[in-house]
Design a protein around this ligand. Structure first.
Ligand SMILES: Nc1ncnc2c1ncn2[C@@H]1O[C@H](COP(=O)(O)OP(=O)(O)O)[C@@H](O)[C@H]1O
Ligand SMILES: [Mg+2]
Length: 535
């Protein structure tokens, strides 16, 4: 510490966990500070030294004397850079700092003594912070470095993810990058991750360690034979008021599916084979058994004047959806060192919701085989992007109930849930309050910040004040997964996640323009050659 100048002093009000700091120049939000002071026992007999580490929350400038200068036109003159008169001490800045921990004598404990006013405040150094963040158990996965301390790598404890995870931040704040980093490094350690990929942005994810990690795309498909008939009817005929059409389709689906299932069971045949046989009996068979199924379904529609409309909707649905009579379950693909990317980007929100229900149910069922067979299930992290669609406060989604069960029961069976959302205010409090690990990235909206404070009850005002200022990739990690003390972290940039990153639009346009110019000039050249030749 010697040789370093203080950056400020403890101000008027000081508590064990929150102190005011006064300085000439503002200390920016998110800066780690160090304070060493003398504390006394309550009887005032004994004096002893304490050292604490904190982080600056809010900061502001304030003029010590009233600003009397009337603004004049010349102040708005042509040049920038009117420097405030720092030298004549008429301004001061005020900060609030959150004291993170007491690190006296290299022991980390909760702060209990307030530093006295006017104690010098220093910038924290590597050695102070490594006391808190330097400990690395073997179950840790590194996600980044402490902000301002590149060499202080921050790890998260993967075992703690049994208490699930909430990642929240505005669009572009770095949520998906954090997911890519987490998923990849968990898989590198032998873990299993399933990403419910709402935007199709992980499709082309390349692992940082391709020799150790297998990224497996899984195209979500609808199995019309196994899906509940009522749901399927709603997907094919979304219009609520088309009750007649829906009834027709529902009856046809019931009749056809019952027949297929029954024949498959009694003859121990696959659905595909049964459909093929049924199709050739009615001379409807084609090479593709989904097409055959579609024709069979249309054939099962009863005579009615709405039939034509229903047929059109069936055709539309089958054309635009990935339908498969023999869908492999996600759980069949779960494996150590593997990231399964479930691409649902082509589905409507309603269909995504259904898929999520199917997949979460399947994974939970798989995990619950724990201890029942010789093949032990592999603990799996399920990541749900855009979670507010499925876990909204007001919406009664199909997947919500199963996700709640996943949170409740998953813990016992190695099921971990990561909820990712840019709209925390839209999330169901009952669900999210059961999550106990957090990554907060940039959040601007006041309602979002107050919601996360409510949800988590460990995010204090001061941390919440830092959130609007966070650059992309900066996150405040809290909860058991980072240990007792929150960490302000610069998350590593994942090198293999290319889709979903913000495109350089003008660069793409420029390149397109170049190409267009080239093709035009080539065409012109050709034309002139032809006309020369013809001439
Ligand atoms: N840890 C990081 N380090 C550097 N840049 C980052 C980091 N995280 C995100 N970014 C930048 O921010 C952009 C958006 O990140 P992304 O993870 O897609 O945000 P979100 O999922 O929150 O919308 C990325 O394209 C990248 O340029
Ligand atoms: Mg994203």
């Amino acid at each position: 510490m010697s040789g370093f100048r203080p950056v400020g002093i403890v101000g008027e009000v000081s508590r064990p966990t929150e102190v005011m700091v006064n300085a000439l120049t503002p200390i920016p939000s998110g800066t780690y500070i160090y304070v060493k002071f003398k504390a006394r026992d309550p009887q005032g007999l004994e004096e002893f030294e304490r050292e604490v580490v904190g982080i600056i929350g809010s900061c502001l400038y304030k003029s010590l004397v009233p600003v009397v200068t009337a603004p004049t036109i010349s102040m708005y003159g042509s040049t920038y850079g009117g420097t405030p008169p720092l030298s004549n001490l008429k301004i001061e800045s005020y900060m609030t700092a959150l004291i993170i921990a007491d690190i006296t004598g290299g022991q980390v404990e909760a702060p209990r003594y307030p530093p006295p006013p006017e104690t010098p405040v220093y910038l924290a150094e590597h050695k102070h912070l490594s006391t808190i963040y330097g400990y690395k158990p073997t179950s840790d996965v590194e996600v980044g470095s402490l902000v301002g301390f590149d060499k202080l790598r921050v790890g998260i404890n993967v075992n703690s993810l049994a208490k699930h995870l909430l990642i929240t931040g505005t669009t572009g704040s770095g949520k998906s990058n954090l997911i890519a980093v987490l998923a990849d490094r968990i898989a590198r350690g032998g873990g299993s991750v399933v990403i419910f990929d709402v935007h199709g942005e992980y499709r082309s994810l390349e692992s940082e360690s391709p020799n150790d990690v297998d990224v497996k795309p899984y195209e979500a498909a609808i199995n019309p034979i196994e899906m509940p008939v009522n749901s399927l009817v709603k997907f094919i005929i979304p219009e609520e008021q088309a009750s007649r059409q829906r009834r027709l389709l529902r009856n046809a689906l019931r009749e056809l599916n019952d027949k297929i299932v029954q024949k498959a069971k009694s003859g121990r045949k696959s659905y595909e084979l049964v459909v093929k046989e049924l199709g050739s009996n009615m001379s409807l068979a084609s090479d593709n058994c989904v097409d055959t199924y579609r024709e069979l379904l249309k054939n099962y529609l009863k005579k009615d004047k709405a039939v034509e409309d229903v047929e059109v909707k069936i055709d539309d649905f089958f054309e635009w959806h990935n339908v498969d009579l023999n869908v492999r379950k996600v759980s069949e693909l779960i494996s150590s060192s593997r990231i399964i990317v479930v691409d649902v980007s082509k589905l409507t929100d309603d269909e995504k919701d259904y898929m999520l229900k199917v997949i979460a149910e399947d994974i939970l069922w798989y995990l619950k085989m724990w201890g029942r067979g010789t093949n032990q299930p592999i603990p799996t992290l399920l990541v749900v992007e855009e979670a507010h669609i499925f876990l909204g406060e007001r919406t009664a989604s199909r997947s919500k109930e199963i996700l709640q069960r996943f949170i409740r029961e998953g813990r016992k069976f190695g099921g971990m849930l990561a909820i990712v959302s840019q709209r925390p205010r839209a999330l169901d409090v009952n669900v999210v309050s059961q999550v106990q690990n957090y990554a907060f990235l940039k959040l601007v909206q006041r309602t979002d910040r107050s919601t996360v404070m409510e949800l988590t009850d460990i995010l204090s005002d001061e941390y919440a004040n830092i959130l609007p200022t966070l650059p992309p990739g900066h996150a405040i990690l809290m909860g058991e997964w980072v240990g007792e003390y929150p960490a302000y972290v610069r998350v590593d940039r994942h090198s293999g996640k290319k889709v979903g990153t913000t495109p350089d639009i003008t660069k793409i346009w420029r390149e397109c323009k170049e190409k267009y110019r080239e093709s035009v000039s080539k065409a012109l050249e050709k034309k002139s050659m032809i006309s020369e030749w013809e001439g």
